[in-house]
Design a protein around this ligand. Structure first.
Ligand code: H79
Length: 456
């Protein structure tokens, strides 16, 4: 009996040592879904997500052969998102494919795109490698329906972009429509299914012959891939998902979004589209993707541009809830960003140069319901820094942080480094601020307090 308990004791000691030496054991046990989809990964979810959580801001790029019609089909202006034109008008496969000779984006300059993202303060970019129209924006050997083989361009923009990202220190991700493919036989189609017999075929064969080899190409031929972004898992059965999962290990540091399978069992982060969740998504990493006008793929007549103020305040709002902002650009068929996007990126960049510290590497606000704006947080070994993002500058020169009782150490205006007076009071912390706002869109007050500040 005592021998048995002795043995059990040793087993426990060894188990504890294992958990200390290999904490991923604990992590894998605590999250069975992750254990299932990424067993044998070198890095854990938290390790792989570190840069992504610090980044907070990225660029989405929707670029494809749909930039040629640019939302117009046979003289009619489509009411819907530009990259859905083929489904929208049920364009036969051959007729849509006849657009490819007109796609010659000679003005494409990868370094210029990366520079525009970088100057806007974005830390990563995710570009459509293949959207639902099935057209690959890279030199694929799995299908000749790609920009290298099927257009006069005869270049591989993803290779050029990968090299430019590498040169400029930008993380690169690929969007890949794994399920919907309106060109290759067997690919899925949402909303009513196929409209051309050329689309009919076995989806399993499509997965084997197109999706799997193309994902392998993307994860093999372009250097480090930081993000893989799947979309619309129409008819993605567990068996089909199983064929794609092993490929993810080709990039063991990569993070993956949650749209590979219908049940969202895989993925490192959630993906609210065109909306910001009211209170973030507690306990989850998430990224809001959003357009600057009303379309992802370029539409020549979409002038519904969001003002820069909206875009900056969205970024702040998202950071205050612990999420990332993936802001879209839809380049033209000549290979250029629309000038409205360039202007906005530059304006955001100007703001980020001053206020970036209050965004990068911060976490969700412990304070909510702030009438004047938002808050982000950074914990330091000796206390907490709260970044107060003030949208509505107080006319009376008193900025009140209601309910905050942690002892104030200092308050400064981030823009000028100017020291401000701040005091604890019965209603919370009161900061005395200049009468006019340093920035009409959002000004940052840096408030250092003692100890931790937890959400109430
Ligand atoms: O890639 C972008 C979109 O094309 C894709 N996800 C982002 C990132 C996306 N997939 N689905 N949706 C967006 C929403 C689908 C809307 C639709 Fe429709 C409503 C599809 C069919 C009906 C709009 C209206 C497009 C065609 C008709």
């Amino acid at each position: 009996m005592s021998l048995l308990s002795h043995r059990i004791g040793w087993v426990l000691v060894v188990a504890c040592l294992m958990m200390v030496a290999f904490p991923s054991i604990l992590w894998a046990q605590s999250d069975p879904s992750e254990q299932a989809w990424q067993k044998d990964y070198g890095a854990t979810h938290d390790q792989r997500m570190k840069w992504w959580r610090d980044a907070r801001f990225g660029m989405f790029i929707h670029w494809g052969v749909y930039s040629v019609p640019a939302g117009v089909w046979k003289g009619e202006e489509s009411k819907h998102i530009g990259e859905w034109l083929m489904l929208d008008y049920k364009i036969p496969v051959a007729e849509y494919a006849a657009l490819t000779p007109k796609f010659n984006p000679v003005k494409f300059d990868a370094d210029q795109w990366v520079r525009a993202a970088k100057e806007a303060g974005m830390k990563y970019m995710v570009i459509t490698a293949k959207h639902h129209d099935g057209f690959a924006m890279f030199h694929s050997h799995a299908s000749p329906y790609n920009i290298y083989d099927a257009t006069p361009f005869k270049r591989d923009p993803l290779k050029e972009l990968a090299d430019a990202c590498h040169r400029q220190g930008m993380k690169l991700g690929f969007y890949y429509s794994q399920a919907q493919d309106w060109h290759h036989p067997g690919g899925a189609a949402a909303k009513g299914g196929h409209w051309d017999p050329a689309q009919d075929g076995s989806m399993d064969e499509y997965i084997d012959k197109i999706a799997v080899p193309q994902i392998r190409e993307l994860l093999t031929n372009y250097g480090p891939v930081a993000v893989l972004w799947f979309d619309t898992p129409v008819n993605m059965t567990p068996q089909r998902v199983e064929k794609i999962l092993p490929l993810l290990k080709l990039q063991p540091e990569m993070v993956v979004n949650n749209r590979l399978d219908k049940n969202k069992l895989t993925g490192d982060f959630s993906t609210p589209e065109q909306k910001i969740p009211d209170t973030g998504i507690p306990g989850k990493d998430w990224e809001t993707c959003m357009t600057m006008n009303s379309t992802w793929g370029y539409k020549s007549f979409d002038h519904n541009w969001k003002p820069t103020e909206r875009l900056i305040r969205n970024l702040v709002d998202i950071a205050s809830k612990g999420g990332n902002y993936l802001l879209n650009v839809g380049p033209t068929s000549e290979g250029e960003f629309p000038k409205e996007s360039v202007e906005r990126l530059q304006e955001i960049g100007k703001w980020m140069k001053v206020n970036g510290e209050a965004i990068y590497g911060t976490t969700a606000s412990p304070l909510t319901g702030l009438t004047w704006g938002r808050c982000t947080k950074r914990e330091t070994p000796d206390g907490t820094t709260l970044y107060l993002h003030v949208f509505n500058w107080p006319g009376d020169g008193k900025l009140v942080v209601p309910g905050l009782s942690a002892p104030v150490e200092s308050a400064t205006l981030l823009a000028e480094g100017k020291k401000l007076e701040a005091n604890n009071s019965a209603e919370g912390v009161v900061v005395t601020v200049p009468t006019s706002a340093p920035d009409a869109i959002s000004s940052t007050v840096v408030l250092k307090v003692k100890g931790k500040v937890e959400a109430r």
